[in-house]
Design a protein around this ligand. Structure first.
Ligand SMILES: [Zn+2]
Length: 375
């Protein structure tokens, strides 16, 4: 079988929190280990402590490559977040891709858990990879140089770090106060005291509560994902029936996602806000998993996403085929393939090896009878 044109690998780094240390030096949070973390292959990236987002030690784990039809930063971030939600692992998911990527060099959910960065821009990539998880940890941009998502409280002028820093790498060196903060659009060399403290404070508050929830067992769930374009137009990706822990939308907001029967009767409805992506063009995206209730069984005839910019619909006539490949042994997602490629189910096409432990999820828009009632 020939390899479909345009299929590339999305490589994800899992940034798993080590022990968070509060300002007074005592261990403040000892987060549980992700239950389904991937074994790190011999010769692959080993466990490694790195400074990420300016908040001390984190473990970096390499996710198995995910084949994808996409090569646009915004789409790759949405897929990275889908993978995170499906796998329900603790920590942060940082999607990367080598080679040409359309759109921004980096994107992130503000105070979320997923980001995307290009990785082959040498020194710039190093900073983008640190900058984007900084947004996940609540950091915004110092004012200036055209940055949006500005933190007006940033205390140092010109986006500088404002205090002496110390780089322990390469034998150690002092970093001068006029060096740029990694969240600045003007210059970026190091992390300010202000952002280091804010990121640590966010992690102490966020990871302690959130990680407790990641231990919930996978249940049969409806995977809903989509977003809002930079023009404010909502869109929905094909919905799937999957085994995954619940990941419910936040309560209240300008958008409603609703499932209904052929009679028009509502099956479920949730209101939420689609947050704009940091470093993006005004677009936003989301991924949820709603536990399936027994009375839904095969009766959902439509799903809508409505908001200020209009309504997106999935119906039984929707025909935008997507295949999700999942490793059943580890629960890892291995492929998200669209259109003609959706029929191509081998994620290791370069080696030609086969994957007997992959399960294939297919949807054209709404889960079909086969998905609701597997034989
Ligand atoms: Zn940014």
């Amino acid at each position: 079988m020939s390899v479909p044109v345009g299929i590339r690998s999305l490589v994800i780094l899992l940034l798993a929190a080590g022990t968070l240390v509060s300002a007074c030096g005592e261990a403040a949070v000892e987060p549980p280990r992700p239950a389904n973390r991937a074994p790190v292959a011999e010769g692959a990236i080993p466990h490694r402590s790195v400074r990420v987002g300016g908040t001390g030690d984190m473990e970096v784990l390499l996710h198995d490559p995910v084949v994808t039809s996409n090569h646009t930063a915004e789409d790759l971030l949405r897929e990275t977040d889908l993978i995170r939600v499906m796998e329900a692992a603790a920590g942060y998911y940082l999607g990367t891709m080598t080679g040409p990527v359309l759109g921004n060099h980096g994107l992130a959910y503000q105070s979320g858990r997923s980001s995307f960065s290009v990785v082959d821009l040498r020194e710039r990539s190093e900073l983008v990879i640190a900058h984007e998880p900084g947004h996940n940890m609540s950091l915004q941009h110092p004012p200036g140089c055209g940055a949006g998502f500005v933190d007006a409280s940033f205390p140092h002028s010109g986006g500088t770090i404002g205090a002496w820093g110390y780089d322990f790498r390469y034998g150690g060196r002092l970093v001068a106060p006029h060096a740029g903060d990694l969240m600045s659009y003007c210059q970026y060399d190091w992390v300010s005291d202000y952002h280091f403290t804010n990121a640590l404070r966010h992690r102490l508050a966020d990871e302690g509560t959130d990680l407790a929830a990641t231990g919930s067992a996978p249940v049969r769930s409806l995977l809903l994902w989509g977003g809002v374009s930079s023009q404010g137009i909502p869109y929905l990706e094909p919905a799937f029936l999957v085994q995954a822990p619940a990941a419910l939308p936040g309560r209240g907001g300008a958008y409603a996602i609703t499932g209904h029967r052929a009679s028009g009767e509502e099956v479920f409805s949730h209101r939420f806000d689609v947050s704009e992506l940091a470093d993006g063009d005004g677009s936003g995206s989301f991924a949820f998993t709603l536990p399936v209730e027994e009375e839904w069984n095969g009766s959902i005839a439509g799903i809508s996403l409505s908001g200020p910019g209009g309504t997106a619909l999935l119906t039984r006539d929707t025909d935008r085929p997507v295949t999700i490949l999942r490793d059943v042994t580890y629960g890892r997602i291995r492929g998200i393939l669209r259109g003609e490629s959706a029929g191509f189910a081998d994620p290791d096409m370069a080696s030609g090896s086969t994957h007997p432990h992959l399960e294939v999820h297919f949807s054209r828009g709404l889960p079909d009878a086969e998905a609701w009632h597997p034989r």
